[in-house]
Design a protein around this ligand. Structure first.
Ligand SMILES: [Mn+2]
Length: 448
């Protein structure tokens, strides 16, 4: 795979222009204005929240720390970037534009965050005076000073742009692949830290150092869970003190490259035994599932198949006292596997348009699976995660014991395995016509 995303950037911008022209024409807009976002302050304070730019801005430009820049997209014209570069001595202003991306835009440097609105009309001499034929995309309060509410993030246009983002360009795939490389490096360092007996906090700091990210640069907060903490699906606490014995380690961590995320989970057992065997079985099962990914596959069906396979593991590891079929039919498999198989991945970790079809209509989740984030039939260019899990989650087990049939569960086995928390294995897959490229396994393989 070509990881040099810069060499794909020109083609990416050309494809973006084409997609946006189609979407604007279909929704009868003559132009779109995309705002990168504005700093947001904590209540009664003068400190800003970590800046997370508008993903529709990032889809055009690799400008991840550039508040108050604005892009104007007009069909048939080279896009214009109002590049906000204030004269400032409190904060360091953005550096000068870099040729590899800047060459594809008309760039106007603006020193005041409101200057784009003054320049706008001269760029759109044919627009109606109220700018009713121009769509504004973003969440900056400054958009409201210029645009009527109904032209800010119009739903029809947003749906079309979201759908376009489900088919990644080669530039985007290269960014996600580079992001997987970065995360794989950090995962290997985190495993080393686990083997050395570090605390959750200590492992997390080693992860950050290995991938050269700050916390705010991560696509999402790392899940760094030792022992039973692995059963908390989005465990966030990161204890400073190492446990007496680290039996198991679940880490769900990503990185970013040009704001494109990777999202990778690995689970390790310290010593051989039943839990280590369960991790190995889940890993094998996860690879069988990823091998099925290709254009035309209904992701809902793969999610349902995962339930059947996890139920088989529950049966063969004697965690339940009923057969796999009964475990799925009764809902017992959801006690151990309560989340969805995965989601789209891109500029957002849970990337957009996973639940709508190509006409923008909702594709419902299967009954009994309220957390599935992707229900589409896969298409070439999709990038998604495959992340089956099997956990010993005390509140869900308790609920089953109280409200359903307790004898269906082998409680002695559950008690034996609960101190290990659970298993999740997650890879990122690029869908092609004939199969799926596993960007994550390729990244780990390059580091072997
Ligand atoms: Mn994920």
């Amino acid at each position: 795979m070509e990881l040099n995303y810069r060499s794909h950037y020109a083609a990416h911008v050309a494809e973006m222009q084409k997609r946006w022209e189609l979407a604007l024409e279909a929704e009868s807009f003559m132009a779109a204005l995309v705002h990168s976002g504005s700093p947001m302050y904590s209540f009664l304070d003068d400190y800003e929240y970590a800046f997370r730019p508008n993903p529709h801005f990032l889809a055009w430009l690799p400008l991840t720390s550039h508040p108050d820049s604005v892009l104007l997209v007009v069909p048939g014209k080279r896009p214009t970037l109002f590049y906000f570069q204030p004269v400032d001595y409190w904060y360091l202003p953005p550096s000068d534009p870099e040729a590899y991306w800047a060459d594809h835009f008309n760039i106007e440097i603006v020193r005041d965050s409101a200057d784009w609105s003054k320049a706008l009309k001269s760029h759109l001499p044919d627009a109606d005076p109220g700018l009713g034929d121009v769509a504004a995309i973003g969440d900056s309060p400054s958009l409201q000073a210029v645009f009527d509410d109904k032209w800010i993030n119009p739903a029809g246009l947003i749906d079309r742009l979201h759908l376009a983002r489900t088919r990644k360009t080669s530039y985007e795939v290269a960014c996600i692949g580079a992001s997987a490389d970065r995360a794989a490096r950090a995962h290997i360092e985190a495993e080393r830290a686990f083997r050395e007996g570090e605390s959750e906090y200590g492992i997390h700091m080693r992860y950050l150092a290995a991938c050269d990210h700050t916390d705010a640069q991560l696509p999402y907060g790392n899940i760094v869970a030792l022992n039973s903490h692995g059963s908390v699906l989005h465990y966030q606490a990161r204890e400073r003190k190492a446990p007496e014995k680290s039996l198991s380690f679940l880490i769900d961590g990503g990185c970013t490259v040009n704001a494109y995320a990777s999202d990778i989970t690995r689970t390790y057992a310290r010593e051989p035994g039943v839990f280590a065997d369960l991790v190995a079985a889940m890993d094998a099962m996860q690879q069988e599932l990823t091998a099925k990914v290709r254009a035309g596959l209904d992701y809902k069906e793969l999610h349902l198949e995962t339930h059947r396979r996890i139920a088989q593991l529950l049966e063969s590891f004697q965690i339940i006292n009923v057969d796999a079929e009964e475990a799925v039919g009764s809902g017992l498999s959801s006690v151990f596997y309560p989340h969805g198989l995965g989601h789209f991945l891109g500029l957002q970790t849970h990337d957009v348009a996973g639940l709508i079809d190509n006409r923008g209509h909702e594709i419902p989740r299967p009954d009994g699976h309220p957390f599935l984030r992707l229900t589409r039939v896969l298409e070439a260019g999709n990038v998604l995660t495959i992340e089956p899990g099997l956990y010993f989650i005390a509140p869900l087990l308790e609920m089953w014991r109280e409200e359903r049939e307790p004898s269906m569960i082998n409680w002695a086995r559950v008690e034996e395995l609960a101190p290990y928390g659970g298993v999740r294995i997650e890879d990122n897959i690029h869908v092609t016509e004939t199969g799926g490229d596993n960007l994550t396994r390729a990244a780990f393989a390059r580091l072997q």
